[in-house]
Structures are given as C-alpha cells and as structure tokens.
Design a protein around this ligand. Structure first.
Ligand code: SF4
Ligand code: SF4
Length: 201
C-alpha cells in the first residue's frame, strides 16, 4: 500500500469495489481486518501486501495499486486465507479477478512469466477441461517467445528443466492427453464469461 494518505471516495472506489466483488463472488465489505488471513499466507512475507491489506486497498478505491499488486501474481491459490477467514472471504478468487482485470486493462504484469503461465493455463483448460502438460508447456513457451524471443525460451527451459525432471520422477507431471467430461459446457462457460466482460478470451 502506498505511504500517501488514503482518501476514501464514493465516486471512485465504489465501481471498482463492485466489479471486484462481482467477478470474484466475494463480499469484501464483510472484512473487519482481523488479519487471520495474513498470518497463514505463505507468500505474504515476500509480497508485502497480505490478503487483508489487498482487501483494504480495494475498499479504499486504490485501483491502480490493487491491479499492480504483487500478491495477486504470487498467490499460489492454497486457500489458507479463506479457510481461516471468519467471513469466508477467498482472497485467491479476488486475486484471480484482479489478474484478469489487469490483463484486460493492458497493464504490464508485475511478473511477466506468471502472466504467461496464467494465460497458457487458462487456454489449455478451455481446450481440454483441465491443464494438459504438453499443450500447456508449448503455449507457455510461445508466450515467452513473444515477449523475449528465443533467448527467453532457452533461459526458461534451462531454469525449469531440473524441476521438470523431478516432477516426472515423482509422477507429478505426465504427457498423457487427459480430457474431462463436459468440455462443451466448459467452453460455453468461457464464452459466456468473455461475453460478459466484453473480451475475446
Ligand atoms: S481473515 Fe477475513 S475478515 Fe479477517 S482480515 Fe482477512 S479477509 Fe478480512
Ligand atoms: S490463497 Fe493466495 S492469498 Fe490466500 S493464503 Fe494462499 S497464497 Fe496467500
């Protein structure tokens, strides 16, 4: 959160707050800043902005800061914050909404690689109903290529190959083409969501 004095403005904060609440399905107004969520967030120390602070930021209408905050990009969706919250506020869903809103507003992602990862993951899920490793990796490296050329792809492959081998060994990654049932329903939901947001993807 910025060090400047925070000023609440009904005109500027309400539309943003309403949009975040609608997209995330979370009632941010019920947050009473008990900070139970912050105590359990595994990335809170490195992001500085903890779930309670992010919610406060949104309530105060700090749109730009909220759309550029580090927590949304580092959140691992462990749902610890939501499990601990007495008001059942799931910050992981708020983070997801903020990432999408930042993307639509063409705001440079705080961590471009996470943005590429997010984009590739969402596309793969739209195709197969779940992430398919082969397609997902290809889409992810394509995003990296678009942003940083062949060097970005090579650097990434070098840094992740060790992790990939370890995951394969522990059977946490495989190259089978898994598909879920009801893929047409998933596609329909994606389409409906894009139409609602006035977006192509
Ligand atoms: S635990 Fe829930 S009510 Fe408490 S600060 Fe976090 S989000 Fe707000
Ligand atoms: S879901 Fe995200 S914000 Fe919540 S505790 Fe986990 S990492 Fe932190």
């Amino acid at each position: 959160m910025s060090n400047s004095t925070l000023k609440y403005s009904v005109e500027t904060s309400n539309p943003f707050l309403e949009e975040v609440m609608e997209r995330s399905g979370q009632n941010l107004r019920s947050c009473y800043q008990c900070r139970r969520c912050a105590a359990g967030c595994p990335v809170g120390d490195e992001t500085v902005v903890t779930p309670d602070r992010l919610i406060r930021m949104i309530l105060l209408g700090e749109k730009e800061e909220a759309l550029k905050n580090l927590l949304s990009w580092k959140c691992v969706a462990c749902y610890t914050c939501g499990t601990r919250c007495p008001n059942n506020i799931q910050t992981a869903r708020i983070n997801e909404a903020l990432k999408q809103m930042a993307k639509e507003a063409h705001i440079e992602p705080v961590i471009p690689k996470v943005a590429s990862f997010h984009s590739a993951f969402m596309k793969s899920v739209a195709h197969f109903g779940r992430s398919n490793e082969l397609e997902f990796m290809a889409l992810y490296e394509l995003e990296n290529f678009k942003k940083g050329g062949i060097n970005a792809v090579m650097d990434d492959l070098k840094s992740t190959s060790k992790l990939g081998k370890a995951m394969l060994k522990k059977k946490r990654m495989h190259f089978k083409l898994d598909k879920t049932k009801g893929r047409s329903e998933i596609k329909r939901l994606y389409k409906k969501s894009a139409e609602k947001r006035g977006s192509k993807d």
